[in-house]
Design a protein around this ligand. Structure first.
Ligand SMILES: *[C@@H]1O[C@H](CO)[C@@H](O)[C@H](O)[C@H]1NC(C)=O
Ligand SMILES: *[C@@H]1O[C@H](CO)[C@@H](O)[C@H](O)[C@H]1NC(C)=O
Ligand SMILES: *[C@@H]1O[C@H](CO)[C@@H](O)[C@H](O)[C@H]1NC(C)=O
Ligand SMILES: *[C@@H]1O[C@H](CO)[C@@H](O)[C@H](O)[C@H]1NC(C)=O
Ligand SMILES: *[C@@H]1O[C@H](CO)[C@@H](O)[C@H](O)[C@H]1NC(C)=O
Ligand SMILES: *[C@@H]1O[C@H](CO)[C@@H](O)[C@H](O)[C@H]1NC(C)=O
Ligand SMILES: *[C@@H]1O[C@H](CO)[C@@H](O)[C@H](O)[C@H]1NC(C)=O
Ligand SMILES: *[C@@H]1O[C@H](CO)[C@@H](O)[C@H](O)[C@H]1NC(C)=O
Ligand SMILES: *[C@@H]1O[C@H](CO)[C@@H](O)[C@H](O)[C@H]1NC(C)=O
Ligand SMILES: *[C@@H]1O[C@H](CO)[C@@H](O)[C@H](O)[C@H]1NC(C)=O
Ligand SMILES: *[C@@H]1O[C@H](CO)[C@@H](O)[C@H](O)[C@H]1NC(C)=O
Ligand SMILES: *[C@@H]1O[C@H](CO)[C@@H](O)[C@H](O)[C@H]1NC(C)=O
Length: 703
């Protein structure tokens, strides 16, 4: 017995020796096995799935029912009619086929029965237009009732539907894999070794958002917006001057909502207006005339607006509370609101000019916005003939879907206007679409919008003592291009030079080792609420970028001979060298004692403000920190007749999901053959080893 053991050990040692002599060590073999696996399996892990969201009335989005693993053969949408009907299939959808196919899926039960999952292939050409928002996004929140009016002609409303099956948007590599595998299946009529997709998309939230918040199986959809003032407010409460100046508030939205959150971009939907606002403020700050203005300028970049105006509603609620997030941004002082909406398609190549429209609520009881329209039209004459501004058609039912709707609900006397590139219906073909990646946003339109907004604000705010504004189109183009690289392009995204000077972005690392710093336009979830309105630590990339960019441009210039005893201009970070409340730490990049990576305390009224449902509260209760349902805002909501709060939340899912694997199943005949070959091999191996052992025994015995 003992002898046998010794022999076996020797044999193993010999085998190891032999294999290393042959020049292919164990690691080399591994690599080959991995390669072999890669040639059979293609995977996409932890990303690019359609996720289950929750509202107060129920679910939205996708999941694998009962958290099951779903495996079914791959089939192109257009091959479906020619294939055997029985059995469920995973349908590969060219991007241009998404809307018609999903519409059929919802209306044809016979088709629905056949579909186990959907894989969208974005590499095969974009649809001419696509939008998963409804035709009148947020109709219930408008200051007028015209629910059947069509603002968004491409709208399908899919971002309000529950599909209940797994859906993914493919990467280029996976699209290549699924395309030849689906073609193989179609050719062989799904017989023989079929290529299948295995989808793992378990979602834990059930029922509705109040249920999942209580059961702790979801987190609120939300994020952080940023607001600022130009020039900085005299003190955070804006209370020291006897007669505070009236505020002209500039608004832009920061994000979007489409089916695949990881792929969601907002180039035309929100970023076009955001870039125009940032560049306009930059130009005004550089002109240095804000100190002479008769009005106070303020700006708010709002997240979550694609989720039933969550960001503007929360901002207004915080203002009603005079909370620490909004000190100085007093609603009683805000009497003008200019929102910059979709402006990316304003430029017309053929006519070499950009056309903009000013929308305002003309029905009785709302503020008179004629001063805003007049300012915009005067501003346009200063950029003519490149820029034209018209009042939107009087036949429109009112203002288009916008954050201004929230402001007019709470304070109807505000003179409010929305600047856009459309008149009666959206011209951007990708409003709240997975394909809103900038193909239909032109630099000319953004430059023209930036100059127009800067001039309009200047005209509105100027006092008799204010000199005229000189603008430089070349500079505006540089600033626009700079921001487009950071906010619209996937690469470099937040690794752009401007962001690198202001912050150190979080980099996403994917399962395959690739990385990305692209700005995601899905707001994300709020695991907790940071009570500090100036803390940059653990804020998402986009909010942090906006805070530092706005802080840097709106801050009062540093005194040339700064004294050691003053905090203004002093190096700061987020943990030790914390600026006093009236100053903000701008440009902090990394934790170090090296002052190069530290920020500087600057006199700026830039603040973060959270965005999440007004029906939720984060805090300590029942002995732990967490999210709770709350009626605290109920009276305020009732006072302004808000529609029921939708309470958007995102389902939790288990670690290491979602996944998508495509591979070839063995046919029944192959399976039998494999078994037989396997058995024969085992027998042969056993015989060889036995012979080997015997040979060794003999060898040892002869010694
Ligand atoms: C949400 O779910 C809970 C528990 O299932 C139920 O009591 C409540 O009525 C639901 N709310 C709505 C608005 O449907
Ligand atoms: C898929 O990739 C292979 C190898 O990289 C390439 O030869 C082939 O043309 C690609 N197929 C498609 C449809 O893109
Ligand atoms: C910041 O600047 C404003 C004027 O722009 C001034 O009124 C205010 O006192 C300054 N605040 C601090 C803390 O220096
Ligand atoms: C701030 O202004 C408000 C309204 O003008 C006033 O009621 C309040 O007393 C002031 N607070 C301070 C600290 O001056
Ligand atoms: C808002 O709150 C601040 C600080 O709590 C206070 O100084 C200020 O007077 C308040 N303003 C109003 C208008 O209530
Ligand atoms: C709005 O104001 C302008 C001038 O300030 C005036 O001409 C116009 O009649 C006003 N419109 C309404 C509806 O009051
Ligand atoms: C378009 O207009 C701009 C400014 O009005 C001008 O500088 C430019 O040369 C024009 N381009 C063409 C192609 O006409
Ligand atoms: C969007 O851009 C594409 C490519 O530049 C163009 O062909 C198409 O006409 C544009 N669509 C709209 C509605 O502007
Ligand atoms: C406009 O800005 C560009 C880029 O910053 C600069 O090179 C140019 O000199 C400026 N022109 C004027 C007239 O200031
Ligand atoms: C910060 O502001 C200064 C002065 O306004 C400007 O020169 C600089 O380029 C800005 N930095 C960034 C990264 O935008
Ligand atoms: C800073 O310089 C200004 C004039 O440029 C002077 O009035 C002031 O006293 C100086 N302050 C210090 C602390 O040196
Ligand atoms: C400021 O502080 C530094 C180090 O703490 C010191 O070396 C320097 O002399 C001080 N400067 C003034 C003007 O007090």
């Amino acid at each position: 017995m003992f002898e046998h053991l010794r022999c076996a050990v020797l044999l193993i040692a010999l085998l190891c020796l032999l294999s290393s002599c042959a020049g292919s060590g164990p690691t080399g073999e591994w690599k080959q096995l991995k390669d072999l696996r890669a040639s059979m399996y293609a995977e996409m892990k932890y990303s690019r799935a359609c996720i289950k969201l929750m509202t107060r009335t129920g679910p939205q989005g996708c999941e694998a029912a009962d958290q099951e693993l779903i495996t079914a053969p791959l089939v192109y949408s257009y091959d479906l009619p020619a294939l055997p009907r029985g059995g469920r299939k995973v349908v590969v959808l060219p991007a241009s086929d998404v809307d018609p196919f999903l519409t059929r899926l919802e209306t044809e039960p016979a088709l629905r029965e056949q579909v186990a999952g959907v894989l969208v292939d974005p590499t095969s050409g974009l649809p001419a237009r696509q939008s998963v928002a409804p035709t009148f996004p947020g109709a219930a929140f408008a200051p007028y009732s015209a629910p059947s009016y069509v603002w968004n002609p491409a709208g399908t409303g899919f971002n309000r539907h529950f599909f209940g099956i797994p859906m993914y948007i493919l990467t280029g590599a996976l699209a290549n894999e699924t395309s030849w595998r689906a073609a193989y299946n179609a050719e062989n009529k799904l017989k023989g070794g079929r290529h299948v997709a295995r989808m793992q998309l378990p979602m834990q939230a059930e029922g509705n958002s109040s249920q999942c918040i209580q059961e702790n199986t979801c987190l609120p959809v939300g994020g952080y917006g940023v607001w600022t003032a130009l020039p900085p407010l005299p003190d955070p409460s804006y209370n020291t001057t006897g007669s505070a100046r009236p505020i002209t508030l500039l608004l832009a939205q920061t994000d979007s909502n489409s089916l695949f959150h990881d792929a969601t971009r907002a180039a035309g939907t929100a970023t076009s207006g955001l870039v125009a606002c940032l560049v306009a403020l930059n130009l005004l700050a550089r002109a240095g005339l804000a100190g002479t203005y008769g009005r106070q300028l303020a700006f708010a970049a709002l997240p979550g607006e694609a989720f039933d105006f969550m960001g503007s509603k929360r901002l207004l609620y915080e203002m009603s509370l005079n909370s620490s997030y909004v000190q100085g941004l007093r609603l009683d002082l805000i009497d003008q609101v200019l929102e910059v909406g979709q402006v990316g398609s304003a430029f017309d190549d053929a006519r070499n000019r950009s056309s903009f429209f000013v929308h305002s609520q003309r029905t009785a009881g709302f503020g008179n916005a004629s001063a805003l329209l007049a300012a915009a039209q005067t501003a346009a004459t200063l950029e003519a003939p490149q820029v034209s501004v018209q009042s939107a058609s009087a036949a429109n039912p009112g203002i288009p879907p916008s954050s201004l709707m929230s402001f007019l609900r709470v304070k109807p006397s505000i003179a409010g206007a929305v600047l856009s590139d459309f008149d009666s219906a959206f011209t951007n073909p990708y409003y709240q679409s997975d394909f809103d990646i900038g193909t239909n946003v032109s630099l000319e339109a953004l430059v023209d919008a930036s100059l127009l907004v800067a001039r309009t604000l200047h005209l509105l705010a100027a006092s008799p003592a204010t000199p005229p504004l000189q603008l430089n189109r070349t500079l505006a183009l540089y600033l626009v291009a700079d921001l487009v690289v950071c906010l619209v392009w996937d690469t470099p995204g937040m690794r752009c030079p401007t962001a690198a000077l202001l912050m150190s972005p979080d980099i996403q690392v994917f399962y395959d080792g690739t990385t990305s710093a692209a700005v995601s336009a899905y707001p994300g979830v709020l695991p907790w609420v940071d009570a500090d309105p100036k803390a940059s630590r653990s804020k998402p990339n986009l909010a942090r970028f906006l805070f530092n960019y706005l802080g840097n441009i709106t801050a009062a210039p540093l005194p040339a001979n700064r004294s050691n005893s003053s905090w203004e201009g002093a190096p700061c970070d987020t943990t030790v060298n914390i600026c006093p409340a009236s100053l903000a730490c701008i440009g902090w990049r990394y934790s170090t004692t090296d002052t190069a990576g530290m920020g500087r305390c600057r006199n700026t009224s830039t603040n973060y403000v959270p965005a999440y449902s007004t029906r939720l509260w984060y805090g300590f209760n029942k002995s732990w920190w967490g999210w709770w349902l709350s009626d605290a805002a109920a009276d305020w909501e009732a006072a302004y007749d808000w529609p029921p709060d939708p309470m958007w939340a995102e389902s939790n899912w288990p670690a290491r999901t979602p996944t998508l694997t495509v591979f070839q199943e063995e046919s029944t005949r192959t399976q039998v053959a494999t078994l037989v070959v396997g058995l024969l091999l085992s027998v042969a191996t056993a015989a060889v080893s036995w012979a080997g052992v015997k040979a060794f025994e003999r060898h040892l015995k002869t010694q």
